[in-house]
Design a protein around this ligand. Structure first.
Ligand SMILES: *[C@@H]1O[C@H](CO)[C@@H](O)[C@H](O)[C@H]1NC(C)=O
Ligand SMILES: *[C@@H]1O[C@H](CO)[C@@H](O)[C@H](O)[C@H]1NC(C)=O
Ligand SMILES: *[C@@H]1O[C@H](CO)[C@@H](O)[C@H](O)[C@H]1NC(C)=O
Ligand SMILES: *[C@@H]1O[C@H](CO)[C@@H](O)[C@H](O)[C@H]1NC(C)=O
Ligand SMILES: *[C@@H]1O[C@H](CO)[C@@H](O)[C@H](O)[C@H]1NC(C)=O
Ligand SMILES: *[C@@H]1O[C@H](CO)[C@@H](O)[C@H](O)[C@H]1NC(C)=O
Length: 460
């Protein structure tokens, strides 16, 4: 196994370090913690959900609800990696407010836009909480493992065999744009949740689901034979595929395949190892072809149109699951860690922008042309935080399981068909107005199909 050779460095430019930039020492724990903290503090400047009069678990526009769940998951890792619990109370408060008393993570305020992927990013955070031993919610509140299982079970009832032979739709509600689209990120989140629940609980039902989701994603063509992950397919036009490749989709299936590799044996383990190696190899497309060890979002960062608010955060999750993979499949560490180190070093060099002089940028590979590219926001900060804190993973304890370290209370049967708000809401809620429909972000899928070709071109 190796990284895509065509993408190996054609030349490696010496990066010019901008004056005032934080120069990460990848061999120093203190230096890594300081780097991650610079990025985390900048990220939390955007969050005010804990202040009086504001709603916990909500970021101001333009940030969609899902990104807060993603951010809280990243902050749980921040605490776990660095030992600094500064943000824990804020994370706990926001998580509990959005999870709701029924543990379904289906807050009424979000029903006009909440998709399976949005809900799952919050559930990935609750899974992380159980695996990392994040403080448990108070007694009487839904517990991390039970919430994860509730969401998993809800999503399992939404599996749709009637169109394109299976898969989860993007949207939960019929009236949302994207209800006719089956996207890889929704299925990838569901897959990763299945694999991590399988590892945590040892319950074989999750193993069966992990196989089912992988098999459908591959059979539908959303995973190519050489492990590219395409964006999704449209059930209105004969299941035709949108070929955009996003780093977080590769990351979701990579982390999930690593978990399956970790818990299986014999031929099953060989099967997952082959997939894991294939995904890892093709992940080379998310490292810049001219600066081969620096991560980038290949189909938006280099182009004039740029990346949208969501897309700017994708490197955070890709980094998170690359690091996780080195724990679940330790043989991958020697391939992954060097890439994370060079990416983190370059990422922190962009944190010289804004009025505070430490705002991070988006284009880490641009270090030699000017450090801060003018992009700023939660996604930019989160990506720098996660790629940096991931460097602390060597030697850290593996994710807990029910029998090893974990003590979150579960509820394997919560969220079954009777609880499915998809079915209930269709009769309960009136059709939202056209204005509300416009809130869905379907446009992000199509704008980049031309640049998607560039990724294809680069790897063939
Ligand atoms: C934890 O993080 C906060 C916020 O960045 C910082 O103010 C504090 O000094 C950190 N605590 C330790 C012990 O490093
Ligand atoms: C829903 O919105 C209302 C009004 O802004 C707010 O008070 C409430 O806390 C929100 N609920 C959630 C779960 O965000
Ligand atoms: C659960 O595990 C966490 C992390 O190891 C620990 O801090 C906590 O005290 C444990 N709680 C109980 C009730 O055992
Ligand atoms: C739909 O896709 C199938 C499988 O690729 C193909 O055989 C069939 O001709 C397509 N139908 C139309 C109308 O494009
Ligand atoms: C599974 O993960 C554990 C914890 O990181 C690790 O020690 C073990 O070697 C892994 N198993 C395999 C087969 O790599
Ligand atoms: C395993 O998970 C399934 C699906 O959530 C559940 O129905 C079943 O009760 C679980 N089995 C055990 C032993 O927990």
């Amino acid at each position: 196994m190796r990284w895509s050779s065509k993408l190996a460095a054609i030349w490696t430019a010496a990066l010019i370090v901008p004056s005032g930039a934080y120069e990460l020492d990848v061999n120093s724990r203190d230096s890594i913690i300081k780097g991650a903290t610079i990025a985390a503090d900048g990220m939390m400047n955007y969050y005010a959900g804990h202040l009086p009069g504001n709603t916990p678990g909500i970021l101001p526009p333009p940030y969609y609800w899902w990104e807060v769940g993603a951010m809280f998951g990243g902050l749980m890792d921040y605490w776990w990696y660095t030992g600094n619990d500064t943000w824990n109370d804020i994370v706990m408060q926001g998580m509990l407010h959005q999870i709701g008393a029924d543990g379904q993570i289906m807050p009424k305020n979000q029903t006009t836009t909440e998709g399976n992927d949005d809900q799952a990013f919050w559930a990935i955070a609750t899974m992380t909480a159980a695996e990392r031993g994040f403080p448990n919610p108070p007694a009487g509140k839904p517990q991390w493992l039970a919430v994860t299982q509730t969401v998993f079970n809800l999503q399992a009832t939404r599996w749709d065999d009637l169109h394109c032979d299976g898969g989860l739709r993007w949207q939960i509600f019929t009236w949302n744009n994207g209800y006719d689209y089956k996207n890889t990120v929704s299925n990838g989140c569901f897959f990763q949740l299945a694999t991590r629940l399988a590892r945590y609980t040892g319950n074989n039902t999750y193993v069966e689901w992990a196989n089912k989701v992988w098999d459908w994603t591959a059979a539908s063509g959303l995973i190519s034979d050489d492990y590219r992950f395409y964006d999704g397919l449209d059930i209105r036009s004969n299941c035709t595929i949108n070929h955009n490749q996003w780093s977080y989709n590769a990351g979701l299936y990579l982390g999930g395949a690593a978990a399956m590799y970790n818990i299986s044996t014999g031929a099953e383990q060989e099967k997952w190892k082959k997939r894991l190696d294939g995904i890892l190899w093709m992940s080379g497309v998310f490292f810049h072809p001219e600066q081969a060890d620096i991560m980038y979002e290949a189909i938006c960062e280099p182009y004039p149109r740029g990346c949208n608010t969501d897309q700017k955060s994708f490197k955070a999750y890709f980094s998170r699951w690359l690091a996780l993979t080195t724990q679940l499949a330790p043989y991958t560490a020697e391939i992954i860690m060097p890439k994370l180190r060079t990416s983190a070093k370059a990422a922190l060099r962009t944190c010289v922008g804004g009025t505070d002089g430490i705002t991070c940028g988006l284009k880490w590979y641009k270090g030699d042309w000017g450090a801060w590219d003018g992009n700023f926001g939660v996604g930019e900060q989160m990506a720098v935080m996660e790629v940096t804190q991931g460097l602390l993973i060597p030697g850290m304890p593996a994710p807990f399981t029910e029998t090893k370290g974990g003590n979150s209370t579960g509820d394997p049967s919560a969220g079954g068909a009777g609880d499915n708000p998809q079915l209930n809401a269709i009769v309960d809620l009136s059709q939202p107005t056209a204005g509300q429909k416009a809130g869905a972000a379907f446009a992000t899928l199509t704008v980049l199909s031309m640049t998607g070709y560039m990724v294809y071109y680069m790897v063939t």
